[in-house]
Design a binder for this molecule. Structure first.
Ligand code: ADP
Ligand code: MG
Length: 337
């Protein structure tokens, strides 16, 4: 059969057009990850030219790095370290003050289930170290002595602490705040579609741009089953919302056949036992982060009760016995299975 030249050229042109179009559409979404704040932070950004996306994502990571240096207990000169080393308190940056103000609000409304003063307790368990261990009762009592929401107060940027031994830990809220700031920076750079995920602390900005130009749709987020990690518990659909999960499977170790994780009940100093996981959807990641930790400590009933004080927040709780509980407004995010 003779070669049909125009047909072959036609096919080549179509193939070239398809690969060019794929390149263009790949350009619409930029995906980067970095190890930050003790976890992998992933940023996906879209809806802009690739040059602009590169600059925006670099700036967002830089902002998260800056915040880590203010909020982490592992940086000697961070606000948190200076605060812990001080006798009666110290002045902190505007950002740290904002985190502490929100943390104290959740602490007060949760009756102290959320607690920014668990620094000594956290160090005692050693979850950040190679081999964490279960502390003895005397050491536990000492780490809990004099702590609690009333032991910390804030006036403007001035933080006061009641005892010189008190150590601040923003581990239950700081990562969320950093994700909020990363999103703010992406927006300042003109990004209209993005997902920032810091180890389960997420914000989903705008519609998912991969489909921009076609029908736009919200982001779809699968919520991991706390006991069957390859299975999804549910899928939710969100736009311009934070989605944060706290689970008892994130940082764990086992001793004498008992599992221990890193979300503590401040009353006992032991891992809270009421839930397997809590997922919160809210306007800000910092709030969702703090509420997920607080509700986890409170357990399903009281945890969901806490959410009624925050009209912008909805939650899904897996109780210790595996039963599912959700706040009344949760259903509007749920994607039918
Ligand atoms: P993850 O860090 O896995 O996202 P969380 O947001 O629930 O999980 O935060 C757990 C961290 O919060 C702990 O590592 C500790 O630093 C801190 N934390 C533990 N218990 C409490 C509590 N009751 N209140 C406030 N912060 C807590
Ligand atoms: Mg949290």
């Amino acid at each position: 059969m003779p070669w049909n030249r125009p047909l072959i050229i036609g096919i080549l042109v179509v193939l070239l057009a398809i690969s060019w179009w794929r390149l263009q559409s790949d350009d619409q979404e930029l995906r980067r990850s970095q190890l930050l704040m003790g976890t992998v932070v992933e940023i996906v950004a879209g809806g802009e030219s690739s040059d602009k996306l590169e600059a925006a994502v670099d700036a967002a990571f830089a902002e998260m790095t800056r915040l880590d240096q203010l909020l982490s207990r592992h940086h000697q000169k961070s606000d948190v370290s200076r605060l812990s080393q001080s006798d009666t308190g110290t002045e902190v940056s505007v950002e740290t003050a904002e985190v502490i103000a929100l943390g104290l609000n959740v602490a007060q409304r949760s009756g102290g289930a959320f607690d920014l003063t668990l620094g000594q307790l956290k160090a005692l368990w050693g979850f950040d170290q190679e081999s964490p261990t279960v502390p003895g009762q005397t050491a536990l009592s000492a780490a809990l002595d004099g702590i609690g929401p009333a032991a910390l107060s804030l006036q403007g940027q001035e933080v006061n602490k009641r005892s010189s031994l008190l150590q601040v830990d923003l581990g239950g809220i700081g990562k969320g705040y950093a994700v909020d700031r990363a999103i703010a920076v992406l927006k300042e750079h003109g990004v209209t579609s993005a997902a920032v995920n810091a180890g389960g602390d997420m914000y989903l900005l705008g519609p998912h741009a991969e489909l921009a130009g076609r029908a736009e749709r919200p982001w779809r987020i699968g919520i991991q089953h706390p006991r069957h990690q390859e299975t999804l518990l549910e899928t939710v659909q969100v736009s311009n919302r934070a989605v944060v999960t706290s689970g008892d499977y994130e940082r764990v170790f086992e001793e004498d056949g008992v599992r221990y994780h890193h979300i503590f009940d401040p009353k006992s100093g032991l891992p809270a036992r009421g839930c397997q996981s809590v997922t919160i959807i809210a306007d800000s990641v910092a709030l969702a982060d703090a509420l997920a930790t607080a509700a986890f400590v409170l357990g399903p009933a009281t945890g969901l009760q806490l959410l009624t004080q925050y009209p912008e927040a909805e939650g899904l709780v897996v109780a210790a016995d595996g039963t599912l509980h959700s706040s009344p407004g949760w259903a509007r995010y749920r994607v039918a299975p």
